[in-house]
Write a protein that binds this ligand. Structure first.
Ligand code: SAM
Length: 473
């Protein structure tokens, strides 16, 4: 029944295979021989199967867990260096016809103010985001065929890409909208989206159906097979995620790894990124009503095991998590984070106290982007506003090839330095700028891309100081 190449949800996320894996992991969680064998394979840094990854997640031997965390940090360093890519969510509309019990946008919620941005309002949001320094957005919307049809999303994408305010530009827009048809995915692809993002919420079919009692999202197979349709439509950068807290984390982790394996087996390219959201308090939603919440230590272990099992896949953390939690996860595998986020519709241009009520969930890290940038550099991370790979056509299989050969450094490090320089020139506070200039100097000293590229970066940095923008490798 289990078949990673199949396009049927019940076969590539086979419930029995998840249960068998969990049993295997439970049986071997203290088996040093098995764990050492898995760790030896993991040290090749080419990934693990879901069964192997599940054993590491369950492992109870303290000394081996230390090895797991150390290896995750090493892989993170090898593939992603000290770069962290920044983005912000942009909420277009909170109209929704679904009944997701954990989400305040559920259609029975009568006290949340419903809003849908006009194109003029979107322009204002984008200007506010550009003025913060953002170059990469993720658009978010509820599912509502009448209020938020695909035409609205496409028009909004056009608007977002068209706004050029001062030196600002949004150069990559990722899209997080409900599962849709191949035809609609094709339209999104043609509109030039970056990654298509869709969280599975939970991979357990029974739980999924209970938590999505009404609306089109109730259909488990349609939702789970969405990435297959997106890939069929030509979108080769897709981003997975589960909402941790809804179901037992061991089940979710195993199925998430199976989903990644499925994409690799069926399309020759794994997910571009994996998000790790945890359920948060929101209007009408009390996370304690969901009894599968995970503590920070378990969360860190999950991130470390994802990093080891899927080394080529980016990992994303949002402002749902606190500064402390984000700091801990950064070194274990996170490669992208949101900063200065607002989760309400219209929250950037015109933040009002009542916007808190229309926000999708409570944010833990409320610091402005400039503070996040400064903090990252203080921790030794290189903030990056790079969007070059997608614009140079390095997506899907091409991106994975570059990544697998660990060549990503040759592009990413120079691009991160250049885009940070743009940020410092245009948007940084004096303090952040002073620190950033020193930081760039240090990064230039350790740049490993060879003399030719180094020289080109030096030239670009001077040109940026003289007002030119948008260089990339
Ligand atoms: N409506 C789209 C869909 O159906 O997939 C996606 C957009 S929704 C704005 C983005 C994500 O927010 C959801 O996929 C869900 O995982 C997450 N989310 C919903 N309620 C949440 C809560 N209370 N705490 C944390 N995340 C939540």
């Amino acid at each position: 029944m289990y078949n990673p190449k199949s396009h049927k949800a019940e076969e590539f996320i086979c419930h029995q295979e998840v249960l068998d894996t969990l049993e295997y992991a439970e049986k071997n969680k203290n088996n040093i021989e098995v764990i050492d064998k898995i760790l030896a394979k993991a040290r090749l840094k080419k990934g693990l199967t879901h069964r192997e990854a599940a054993v590491l997640l369950d492992c109870e031997i303290e000394e081996k867990n230390k090895e797991i965390f150390d290896l995750a940090m090493e892989i993170k360093q090898d593939y992603y260096g000290n770069r962290i890519v920044l983005f912000a969510p942009l909420y277009l509309s909170n109209y929704c016809v679904n009944g997701c019990v954990y989400c305040p946008y559920h259609h029975q919620n009568k006290h949340i103010p419903r809003r849908k941005l006009t194109q003029e309002e979107i322009k204002n949001e984008v200007i506010a985001l550009q003025d913060m320094g953002h170059k990469r957005l993720a658009i978010e919307s509820g599912e509502d065929p009448v209020n938020n049809p695909i035409e609205y999303i496409l028009e909004s994408l056009k608007t977002i890409y068209s706004v050029k305010h001062k030196n600002g530009a949004i150069r990559r827009v990722n899209v997080n909208i409900a599962a849709t048809t191949v035809e609609n995915y094709r339209k999104l692809h043609e509109a030039g989206i970056g990654t298509y993002v869709l969280f599975q919420e939970t991979y357990n079919k029974e739980t999924y159906e209970r938590l999505h009692p009404t609306g089109p999202k109730h259909n488990y197979a349609y939702h789970t097979e969405a990435m297959d349709r997106a890939m069929e439509a030509g979108i080769d950068d897709v981003s997975l995620g589960v909402l941790f807290g809804l179901e037992l984390y061991r089940y979710e982790f195993t199925a998430l790894m199976m989903h990644a394996e499925h994409l690799e087996a069926a399309f020759g390219v794994g997910p571009h990124a994996i998000s790790v959201p945890r359920i948060k308090k929101a209007d009408d939603i009390d996370p304690s009503a969901f009894d599968n919440g995970i503590d920070d230590d378990t969360f860190a272990k999950i991130v470390a095991c994802i990093r080891i099992a899927t080394p080529y896949t980016g990992m994303i953390i949002s402002t749902r998590e606190s500064e402390q939690c984000r700091e801990r996860l950064l070194k274990l595998g996170i490669s992208q984070m949101s900063g200065g986020s607002k989760t309400s519709v219209g929250g950037y241009f015109n933040p009002m106290p009542e916007d808190e009520e229309s926000s999708q969930f409570d944010i833990s890290d409320r610091r402005p982007l400039d503070e996040v940038i400064k903090w990252l550099m203080e921790l030794g991370y290189l903030p990056s506003f790079c969007t070059a790979c997608y614009r140079a056509g390095r997506t899907g299989e091409r991106f994975m090839e570059v990544c697998k050969q660990q060549q990503i450094h040759n592009f990413c490090h120079p691009n991160a330095i250049i885009t940070l320089k743009e940020y410092l020139e245009d948007y940084a506070s004096t303090e952040t700028k002073t620190l950033g200039e020193k930081f760039i100097q240090h990064e230039m000293d350790i740049l490993e891309s060879g003399e030719k590229i180094k020289h080109a970066v030096e030239e670009d940095l001077v040109k940026i100081e003289h007002g030119e923008r948008d260089f990339r490798f």
